[in-house]
Design a protein around this ligand. Sequence first.
Ligand code: MRU
Length: 357
Amino acid sequence: MKIEGKEYRTIWFENNVVKIIDQTKLPHQFTIKDLKTIKDVINAIKQMEVRGAPLIGATAAYGLVLAIIENNDQSFLKKSAEDLISSRPTAINLKWAIDRMVKKLSGVNSNKILEIAKNEAKEICEEDIKFCENIGLNGLKIIEEIYNKKKGTVNILTHCNAGWLATINWGTATSPIYHAHKKGIPIHIWADETRPRNQGANLTSFELNEEGIKNTIIADNTGGILMQRGEVDMCIVGTDRTLANGDVCNKVGTYLKALAAHDNNIPFYVALPSSTIDWNTKDHKEIPIEERNSEELSHMEGFDENGELKKIQIYPKKSKAKNLAFDVTPAKYVTGLITEKGICEASINGLNSLFDD
Ligand code: MRU
């Protein structure tokens, strides 16, 4: 998708360097950052220079490529894989990508391993783009249906950033939106600000602006009143891990939006590539929910009038704060899962109907 009219992907590999768009600087500064070592990659994932489930998976895959360049040795590769998996615990795509790379590289001769690793990391990216595009084409049908009934602007609420910046291109939740816009369907997006990291304001609104899609940022607690007033036609969110039973783990606050949507009979869809399905975890209580530094809540960062990055404290010095990054929306509140293979019920039967393998 575009930034200032120029097409970008969120990650690419050039001259043995991984190139990323540093998302901690958006929307105020557009910076392309070089990741040259496995340490750089782990730091970029932890600090959320790259974030979003599919993108951290792809970045981790390229992390193993850099690990091989650094030290072409099996035990270093194994340690790097472990360090990458633990860099952020909730999004299953991270483990999925590392497992896929490790499987591909096991038993491969050391003089061939780098080439095979580069190809597999590239394949993970290309596949994600294709899957996200298909998610868009499948989700477009739902937006079209609403538009055909309403004959007016379709208002869609989304939480956090499940946009192209969270993937390699297209996004998951935003892909149906981009497809609808390309088709000329009038749409307007309510972008939840998504405290404390403000991915909705800083990233979703930013990327929609760059594509010329109407959007309005709202405080995280505003969705309920908008739904009661009939100003939301549907919700689409992304996910960091969806269990085989259809329970959806996503950015904290998603659950409350789903409850409000349920109370107001508003369809609540979750868009995801199959790399985000966790087929093994049975109970959502077993999902490791990332708890981040409470400073993300107590302090705010932004650019002052001189363009300098400033961090200020907004909470009382003596107050404690708890910063859980994700929550779980039970399957019963999810109208459907929009995947690369089609739309299904959020349940084991629904998922099995699309993914029989
Ligand atoms: O903490 P983040 O910004 O990595 O969280 C991102 C989300 O919660 C997204 O909704 C999710 O990863 C889906 S991305 C297509």
